[in-house]
Each structure stands twice: as C-alpha cells, then as structure tokens.
Design a protein around this ligand. Structure first.
Ligand code: GUN
Length: 299
C-alpha cells in the first residue's frame, strides 16, 4: 500500500506588534530623558497645536501630549478655535520658536480652510520641526542628508527593522502619495536599497502592481481598499490606515483577514503603525533638545 502524503501548506503569519515595540521605545526614551535632565538640567519640551473641532485630531493630539508628559518631558498643549486667523497661528508659532523651554513644535493637520498649511509648516523653525514636515526637512530627506524624518514613515522603517524584513533589493510598493506618509516612506525605502513604486488613484492595474510587492505599504485612507488577493505570498504588509466603518469598527486600508493568509508579516489596526508614530515623535523631540543644547554650548 502506498501512502500518499499531501503536504499541507502551513505558514503562520507574523503579526508586527507596534504597541509592544512602542512601549519598548518609550522606556528607552524615558531613561534618556532622565539622564539628559540630570546632565544638563534641561527638560525636553514639546508644544502641540490643534486648531478647530476635528474629533480625530483631538484624540490623536491628546494621546501625543499624554505620552510626552508620561516620559518626563514638558508638554504644552494649545487648543485654538476653528475661526483662528492664519496670522494669529503664525504669531503663536513664532513665539514657540523663541521659547527656550520648547524643543519640538507640532501643528496637527488638517487645518481649517482659511489657514495655509504650507505657510504654517514653513514658519516652524527647522530645528524644532519634530514632525519633519518643513520644506527644509523634506528636502534633506530627498537629498539624503540627516534631518528630522516624519514620524509615521520613520516608525514604518523601525518596525520593518525590528522584524528583520529584508529591504535590500526588495520590491516595495507604496499605495498613497501624501507628503506625510507616501512620499517620505518611499524615500526611506529607497535609501535602504529597495526598488520602490509609488501608486495612487490614477495608477493603472493597481492590483497587479501590488502583487509584485515584497513590501506593501498601504497609506490611502480608505477602509479595506487593498484586497487580500493583491498581496504576494510571503510579503510584508504595512497598513497605515485608520478608518471607522459604518458599524463603528476600526479597520485599516488592507483587508486584514485575507491578506494575513498570504503575508509573512502584517501590521494590525489598531496596534500596528499608529503607536510607533507617537514613539517617533517623542524620539525626535528628545533629539531636538539634544541638538539645541549642543548648539547652545558652542555659542
Ligand atoms: N495629521 C495626520 N498625521 C499627522 C502627523 O503625523 N502629524 C501632524 N502634525 N498632523 C497629522
């Protein structure tokens, strides 16, 4: 009697745990903040500015400010009215640029219609640009000079490194071309020698392009837009989306269950990329305080 063994494919997907990684980074930052304070007498300080009544922005900024304070940094939270003029916001930012107790300035986006985001972001001193949104920071990233890197893209690279996802020579596909995520993460992946394709709403054969990806980054902001069968077997899937469905569920930009059957690594939503964005913001704030202190000593 011959026994036929059918080889059942069983390959478990690895969940990339952003929450646990963020916790580890927070602990490291907390220790460093304490050491820095002892050595220099300086407490790193982050100012967060939120304009208007957007509920999601309120939740995000509160979370950032809360963790900032928890790690021993100064947290200055400014909540400004929806009808604030652009000039008033610029005045606040200029005052924070000159405030020696503040080392990082974050203006939560989006801003109300009457305010130009680019004017606002360019008014933040590049030395305090912990969000990495100033045109100088973006230009330095583009040309490969050291700079503050936007927090979500920086967090994506950090989690890929943590799980030892190979980037060298990999095909990386980024879905979404925003200044906040898509463009900077593409630069970072390219700097690590991945071959990068950026897709967007006009991309032809999007499913086919995604199926080429060893690393697939979804940053479109549309619930479960990336289908499970767009994922290549063995790929790393990074889901940047946070969307609420009609029945009030939080879902990402990727069809998680189906994608998990094919991926080798995948980030959950929530608990994937989100917590790392905050960890990177606080890491940038500590870095800004260190750099500003070093500059001051030179004077
Ligand atoms: N809006 C959405 N994401 C971000 C972010 O990372 N920083 C700021 N300032 N605004 C955002």
């Amino acid at each position: 009697m011959s026994i036929q063994l059918s080889l059942v494919k069983s390959r478990a997907v690895t969940l990339m745990d952003g929450k646990a990684l963020a916790k580890k980074i927070h602990n490291e930052i907390q220790g460093e903040v304490e050491r820095f304070r002892k050595e220099t007498g300086i407490q790193p300080g982050l100012a967060t500015l939120r304009v208007g009544d957007d509920e999601a922005s309120r939740v995000y900024v509160n979370r950032k400010a809360k963790i900032c304070a928890k790690l021993g940094m100064k947290s200055l939270k400014m909540e400004l009215p929806e009808d604030l003029s652009e000039e008033s916001l610029l005045t606040e930012i200029r005052a924070l640029n000159d405030d020696p107790s503040i080392h990082g300035i974050l203006v939560q986006l989006p801003l109300p219609k009457q305010i130009s985001a680019s004017r606002v972001l360019e008014t933040i001193s590049p030395e305090k640009d912990v969000d990495g949104f100033h045109i100088q920071s973006a230009g330095k990233l583009f040309t490969g000079e050291p700079t503050f890197v936007a927090c979500t893209p920086k967090g994506i690279l950090r989690i890929l490194d943590e799980y030892q996802v190979p980037m060298e020579g990999a095909e990386a596909v980024v879905v979404g071309r925003s200044n906040i995520v898509g463009k900077p993460v593409a630069q970072l992946l390219m700097a690590r020698n991945a071959t990068v394709t950026i897709c967007h709403s006009r991309t032809r054969n999007l499913a086919e392009v995604c199926r080429r990806a060893d690393i697939l980054v979804a940053a479109i902001g549309r619930a479960e837009f990336v289908k499970g069968d767009w994922v290549k077997e063995g790929a790393a899937v990074i889901d940047v989306g946070i969307n609420r469905t009609e029945d009030n569920q939080l879902v990402g930009d990727v069809e998680f269950d189906e994608a998990s059957k094919r991926a080798k690594w995948i980030t959950p939503v929530p608990g994937g990329v989100g917590p790392l964005t905050i960890a990177m913001l606080l890491s940038n704030t500590l870095e800004a305080a260190k750099r500003l202190e070093k500059e001051k000593r030179k004077e």
